[in-house]
Design a protein around this ligand. Structure first.
Ligand SMILES: *[C@@H]1O[C@H](CO)[C@@H](O)[C@H](O)[C@H]1NC(C)=O
Ligand SMILES: *[C@@H]1O[C@H](CO)[C@@H](O)[C@H](O)[C@H]1NC(C)=O
Ligand SMILES: *[C@@H]1O[C@H](CO)[C@@H](O)[C@H](O)[C@H]1NC(C)=O
Ligand SMILES: *[C@@H]1O[C@H](CO)[C@@H](O)[C@H](O)[C@H]1NC(C)=O
Ligand SMILES: *[C@@H]1O[C@H](CO)[C@@H](O)[C@H](O)[C@H]1NC(C)=O
Ligand SMILES: *[C@@H]1O[C@H](CO)[C@@H](O)[C@H](O)[C@H]1NC(C)=O
Ligand SMILES: *[C@@H]1O[C@H](CO)[C@@H](O)[C@H](O)[C@H]1NC(C)=O
Ligand SMILES: *[C@@H]1O[C@H](CO)[C@@H](O)[C@H](O)[C@H]1NC(C)=O
Length: 843
């Protein structure tokens, strides 16, 4: 009998009691009426209030309140968890390997596990990526929790991914740094946190003898299962063992990466406390047994097919109402997974792990010190949440590298460098140079052991290369900003030169393709014949402009390292963008209704045959206004995830020459304005970021400020759908730079200045000094009418250049801004413009 049914009985007895009351003396009646009234009130509370999944959520939720810390309170990890953001909102340390969250069954959106919609929750897993495109990543070994099984029979609980999924309680998802919680419609309230390589869960149960478990009423006797699957259902093989005495579940599996080739193995070690074990067993799809306690190599005759398979523990009702689950992870062995768990969280102390995580985040983020005054909570949340997301991946797998032994650090989830080289890595170089240095060492060590730098890397596997060999830019950016500690720059230089000179047999996952013609013709022809290697022969335009920039940054390194001949060679190749610039190409195209449309702009990057003849690609193809989704890794056009319109702006090494080629400053500004106002620009992708700031190169820094304030908050804001595309840990970096008042031209010692969106912001330099940007006049947040810079002083002296260099963030200093509501002539003269190859970038 359920509690709800019991209350029904009480209601019935009320009717029986009433005539009986009348026969009592008045005062006695009064005495009687109080308890009866109390009973009545209780009985009239709808059953749902007293004994529902929701009631548990409301009683436990107290621990989810906003942090009182002045940084952490503005971090909302749920920003970007719907609408393609693919953000991981769960518990993790900065760059942490263990990442705990509830996994949704919305496959299209669940790249990072959780989705802020009304999809079902199918488990709680411990490894994730954040903000990635591709298919769902990691999500291995999910736990799932039933509060009990129908008829107290373990075989009647649901075990498979599809069978066990239950709805969440609407609005119950709570996320803050180091902590994630959610109420399920099966009366389980799940809280989670994480240390470096271990996740810790606190599952809260009702105390009653019977509970509502979604579509059934079950006796309170929790069953926790651990499934060997991952989010992408990519597992092959694996082992699992349940110890019926201790309840320890250990095992492993082999899985596929989510956007690459190869496979990886992961291991786990799960322990539980808080309730007594009744029974243990295993399951294989729908077949559940308490007779078999191990699968795989451990039970010699039993190979586990892919799909749901795992172990389970049926517990007695928990006296405390809580069961703790601790899951150690390792990419080396089960033994190491157990060791990680035992050393990192020996006592199952949940609050301690949350606190340690909060402290780690505060420590990382406190190098940025903005003055919050005047800025709205919405904007503060946009800023801090973005900064926070920029430190979720790459992940520190040092000590967990299953591929080679090395004393160098090993970071994984460079997913993908094509996205992250532009803003995220430059941000880390300022905020966390020690870790950026380790990431560079890890990339160089990867070159040493795998023969090439990665362009994209996840789960010990090679990811697909989207365009150029852009790790070259990550290395060069670190090089020109003087990151040195422990970096073998001679080897780093060898790695980038290898990208430029030696074509790998399979260039779909590392290095560059079409190198013979790149060297010989100076562009990648549409009809390239490549006898040295294979890869997707598309993307001739976007690869050409990216290879040109990659060669430019190699020239910067060659210059620094004293390789004179190389410097000349790579500078020459950096001009190759000109070979695909067709000055006669107009912006005329047939729209989807068949009408021919044309703008006044002339001169676009276009594909070209080996014999030099131009080929036409619609200048707007793959932009939001014309067939946006036909330019991916496996499709055939000449620009990747963007239009010729977009790629025509990608000449960061020589914007002065590009501007000249496009008709001079005024025409360029008109064109860039048109790009931003016509719908051709898509801020949901990283190559588009820099175009917001390129007005600087044409003497109109004010226009950069203008568009920045359109995009924040129009496209980047604090709502759950508050980022326009996959986060890639990069969208937040873009936002953070915009708020602080500068934006990097990755690979160069150049930052473009915009008006800080804080009254003042200071960044701590590695030696403890401060680099401060402050608005001394005109700052008017939250209105932001005064978005234009009228004058700047650097350390007290007038400063008219619209850009600064990295030494500001090394040596510290003060930049004073005066703002106004109309564009001024600050930063507009030729001598104020950021440097270009043709105007002295190398002087
Ligand atoms: C949640 O569970 C209750 C039973 O406890 C059920 O009546 C209700 O339909 C469920 N809600 C959803 C959204 O499935
Ligand atoms: C999985 O773990 C078991 C037991 O520790 C071990 O025998 C097996 O080799 C492991 N499998 C892989 C693929 O590492
Ligand atoms: C589970 O609880 C029941 C009653 O509360 C008790 O009799 C039984 O011994 C417990 N079982 C175990 C394995 O502790
Ligand atoms: C189900 O499990 C039992 C062991 O309890 C085993 O004998 C049987 O072969 C399994 N059935 C299937 C279809 O795997
Ligand atoms: C292409 O292959 C040839 C023959 O093996 C080799 O000599 C040449 O260096 C290769 N070119 C590149 C760019 O890798
Ligand atoms: C160049 O090659 C293309 C493709 O093969 C061909 O259509 C075009 O006519 C050629 N141009 C010349 C000038 O031969
Ligand atoms: C917030 O950003 C999203 C995603 O870019 C956008 O769709 C939405 O309109 C923005 N909201 C506001 C209030 O500007
Ligand atoms: C890097 O170091 C060199 C030599 O010590 C110095 O000249 C240069 O200014 C430094 N650059 C930056 C960006 O700090």
């Amino acid at each position: 009998m359920t509690r709800a049914a019991e209350r029904g009985d009480c209601l019935g007895s009320r009717i029986v009691m009433m005539p009986f009351l009348k026969s009592l003396p008045r005062f006695r009646r009064f005495l009687f009426v109080i308890p009866v009234l109390a009973l009545l009130v209780w009985a009239m509370i709808p059953p749902a209030k007293l004994n529902s999944p929701r009631s548990l959520f409301h009683s436990v939720k107290g621990s989810s309140k906003k942090s009182s810390d002045k940084i952490l309170r503005y971090i909302d990890p749920l920003v970007g968890t719907v609408n393609g953001g693919h953000v991981f909102p769960g518990a993790t340390l900065p760059y942490g390997m263990a990442k705990a969250v509830a996994d949704s069954d919305n496959r299209a959106e669940a790249a990072a596990g959780f989705v802020s919609d009304d999809s079902r929750i199918q488990g709680f897993s411990h490894l994730h990526d954040s903000g990635t495109g591709g298919s769902p990543s990691l999500g291995n070994f999910p736990l799932f929790v039933h509060p009990g099984c129908p008829e107290d029979d373990f075989a009647q609980c649901k075990y498979t991914t599809i069978g066990r999924a239950v709805p969440r309680i609407e609005g119950s998802a709570t996320a803050r740094p180091g902590y994630f919680a959610i109420g399920l419609n099966n009366s389980v309230y799940a809280e989670m946190t994480a240390s470096e390589h271990t996740t810790l869960y606190r599952f809260n149960f009702a105390k009653e003898a019977e509970v509502a478990s979604h579509d059934a009423i079950v006796p309170n006797s929790p069953l926790i299962l651990l499934d060997l699957v991952d989010l992408g259902n990519s597992r092959s093989g694996g082992d699992i063992q349940v110890d019926p005495q201790t309840g320890r579940i250990t095992g492993n599996g082999s899985f596929s990466p989510s956007f690459g080739t190869g496979s990886y193995t992961a291991h786990f070690c799960a322990d539980f406390t808080g309730a007594e074990i009744r029974k243990t067993g295993t399951f294989l799809q729908l077949n559940v047994t308490d007779e078999i306690q191990a699968f795989g190599q451990l039970a010699t005759n039993y190979f586990i097919p892919s799909g749901s398979a795992g172990g389970w523990i049926h517990f007695n009702r928990s006296a405390s109402g809580q069961i703790m689950a601790r899951v150690g992870l390792s990419f080396i062995s089960v033994q190491q997974a157990c060791h990680n768990a035992e050393t990192e969280i020996p006592d199952f102390g949940f609050e301690g792990v949350v606190k340690a995580s909060e402290n780690a985040w505060k420590d990382k983020l406190s190098v940025v010190k903005p003055d919050h005054s005047g800025v709205s909570d919405e904007f503060l949340t946009t800023f801090w949440s973005g900064l926070y997301r920029a430190l979720i991946s790459p992940q520190d797998y040092t000590g967990e590298n299953q591929l080679w032994k090395s004393d160098e650090p090993y970071y994984d989830s460079f997913y993908c460098i094509w996205d992250s080289f532009r803003a995220q890595h430059p941000l880390l170089t300022i905020m966390d140079p020690a870790v950026q240095t380790k990431m560079v060492r890890s990339l160089i060590d990867t070159y040493k052991h795998e023969g090439k730098l990665p362009d994209c890397r996840m789960s010990f596997s090679k990811g697909y290369t989207q365009g150029g060999s852009n790790a070259d830019v990550v290395l060069a950016d670190a090089y020109v900003k003087n990151l040195t500690e422990g970096i073998d720059w001679a080897l780093g230089y060898e790695a980038v030169v290898s990208d430029a000179e030696v074509e790998p047999r399979d260039w779909s996952t590392s290095g560059r393709g079409s190198l013979e013609n790149w060297h010989k013709l100076g562009y990648i022809p549409y009809d390239d014949i490549d006898s040295n290697g294979t890869g997707p022969m598309s993307r001739a335009v976007s690869r050409t402009v990216e290879y040109a920039y990659d060669d430019f940054v190699i020239a910067l390194m060659a210059r620094g390292l004293g390789h004179k001949g190389d410097e000349t060679k790579y500078l020459q190749r950096s001009r190759n963008w000109k070979n695909l610039f067709n000055p006669e190409q107009d912006d005329r195209y047939r729209n989807e209704d068949g009408r021919v449309i044309m703008s006044d702009f002339k001169g676009f990057m276009q594909p070209r045959f080996r014999n030099g003849t131009w080929r036409y690609q619609n200048t707007r193809l793959c932009s939001p206004i014309y067939q946006q989704h036909v330019c991916y890794f496996d499709t055939q056009y000449d620009t990747y995830e963007g239009s010729p319109w977009l790629y025509t702006f990608y000449v960061p090494q020589d914007m002065a020459s590009l501007i000249e080629a496009l008709g001079g400053h005024d025409t360029f500004v008109e064109r860039l304005d048109y790009f931003h106002s016509s719908g051709i620009n898509y801020m949901g992708n990283e190559p588009n970021f820099l175009t917001t700031f390129q007005f600087h190169y044409a003497g109109r820094p004010g226009r950069s400020n203008y568009w920045l304030h359109q995009y924040i908050p129009g496209q980047f804001n604090a709502s759950v759908n508050g980022i326009p595309g996959n986060d890639d840990c990069a969208m937040g970096a873009f936002t953070a730079f915009a708020f602080m008042g500068f934006y990097p031209v990755a690979g160069q010692d150049v930052y473009l200045l915009t008006a800080p969106m804080f009254r003042q912001v200071s960044l701590k330099t590695p030696s403890g000094k401060l680099a401060t940007l402050r608005n001394i006049r005109g700052f008017d947040a939250p209105r932001y009418d005064n978005i234009y810079i009228h004058s700047v002083k650097l350390n007290g002296k007038p400063y008219t250049r619209n850009w600064i260099t990295h030494d500001f963030f090394v040596n510290g200093g003060v930049l004073d801004f005066v703002l106004g509501s109309v564009e001024s002539d600050w930063g507009t003269r030729n001598e104020d413009l950021p440097p270009s190859l043709s105007t002295g970038l190398l002087d």
